[in-house]
Design a protein. Structure first.
Length: 423
């Protein structure tokens, strides 16, 4: 796994690490010369510290911070556990840690011995600290080491690296300390790459690849469920809190062309597909759409490989009804995702951004044809003010007096299934 088992400074300083078979850290031991300064043991969110012959419980992690033994650095063998809380920003960075020492139900933020704010942290985008206050007025306290991205900062012997589990990260340099496992897939990026130089957009837990099909919006869970249904039996999809979609293969069999299009969309680190999932009938530009809309893309010109952000807007309720009626669950959601990706590939090659589908110069028609197939045809009906069905104009336009419309599909039994109505 390319994980370090020891880091050594000449013969005077050393840190040793132990891991389980899956690569999770079990312990670290800090030496000065041949003397053990201390040993830290990690057991599923519980940490123990051993100094000399004395091993003490140090902390127990919880969702909002930790329970901390204030006697861990004292001669006392009694555990004095207090609850500490962390305020984190949208990237998981620990910004404030605090505790209610006197249990009065409020936080005293005065720079005295009664101060209950333990630390305040600020970071540059790539994690290097640029200030803040560390108020450790209680001599028994040690600073909370879980800071940037909520990862543990290892400062032993001045190391200054964050432990991301699969590798260590140097926030001063903005890179990991070991080569990415799949660096060969990204020849245009550094082999020590971190989230493709875009930490505000991507997470990169293990350096294998960025996750760049991103679902957003109030209906993103519906969109994800449909996307999973479209590749059932071939891929198992996961979606993190930020909406990033990743996958694992089910078995060793060859993937279908449709599933391959989705894996290509996810694996391609140079085309980012953003899907806004809202159960609306008009796009962000104010145009009517039925299920999905190609919203164009933006191109970032690079001397080596252009990167593209492809935008798509979808209505999962409409797409779900359409796919289910045709007996192809999720097929239309998959079409929308791959349509955005195919449009992104075309704009990447040309270096020219594409407008949305209804505008001149859009790559939409070609992207639509190259994407995975839709589940079937959609039909439209129009109505007058009394609700009576009208006929389209001879050239396919709308006659005067149209007051409503609906769109439907024919299921396998020939029944008309309405997927969207406009009044």
């Amino acid at each position: 796994m390319n994980l370090p088992t020891s880091i050594q400074w000449g013969t005077s300083k050393k840190i040793e690490f132990q891991y389980d078979a899956g690569g999770s850290q079990l312990s670290r031991t800090v030496y000065t010369g041949t003397t053990v300064d201390y040993k830290q043991d990690y057991v599923a969110g519980v940490e123990y510290r051993t100094v000399g012959a004395t091993r003490k419980l140090e902390s127990i992690a919880h969702a909002e911070g930790r329970r901390y033994n204030t006697n861990v650095n004292t001669a006392s063998t009694t555990e004095a556990m207090r609850i500490e809380y962390a305020i984190r920003d949208h990237l998981g960075n620990t910004r404030i840690t605090f505790t209610d020492k006197n249990n009065n139900g409020k936080i005293d933020a005065t720079n005295t011995s009664s101060n209950e704010i333990l630390s305040e942290n600020h970071y540059y985008a790539f994690g290097m600290s640029f200030g803040g206050n560390v108020w450790m007025n209680d001599a028994a306290d040690i600073d909370n080491r879980y800071q940037y991205n909520g990862k543990e900062l290892n400062s032993d012997h001045g190391l200054g690296w964050y432990n991301y589990g699969a590798r260590f990260y140097d926030a001063v340099l903005g890179r990991f300390t070991s080569t990415d496992p799949l660096a060969a897939k990204y020849p245009n990026w550094s082999p020590y790459n971190y989230s493709m130089n875009n930490p505000l957009r991507f997470i990169d837990p293990d350096g294998q690849q960025v996750e760049d099909v991103i679902l957003r919006g109030a209906a993103k869970q519906e969109a994800f469920n449909q996307l999973q249904a479209s590749v059932k039996g071939e891929l198992t999809l996961t979606m993190n809190e930020g909406g990033n979609v990743s996958y694992t293969k089910d078995g060793d069999g060859k993937l279908s062309k449709s599933a391959t299009q989705l894996t290509n969309s996810i694996d391609d680190g140079s085309v980012y597909v953003e899907v806004m999932a809202e159960n609306t009938t008009t796009t962000s530009e104010g145009n009517l759409y039925i299920g999905g809309a190609f919203m164009g893309n933006e191109v970032a010109i690079s001397g080596k490989l252009n990167t593209v952000t492809a935008n798509q807007e979808v209505n999962p309720d409409v797409l779900g009804k359409m796919s289910d009626a045709h007996g192809k669950p999720g097929a239309d959601m998959l079409h929308e995702v791959t349509e955005a990706y195919q449009g992104g590939l075309m704009s990447q090659k040309s270096g020219v951004a594409s407008p949305s589908a209804n505008k001149e110069g859009s790559v939409y028609p070609e992207a639509h044809n190259k994407a995975t197939k839709q589940s079937g045809q959609i039909f439209e009906r129009i109505y007058d003010a009394s609700g009576k069905e009208m006929k389209m104009a001879p050239v396919g336009g709308y006659p005067a007096g149209v007051k409503g419309a609906d769109w439907y599909v024919n299921d396998k039994k020939g029944n008309k299934v309405v997927i969207q109505t406009l009044k």
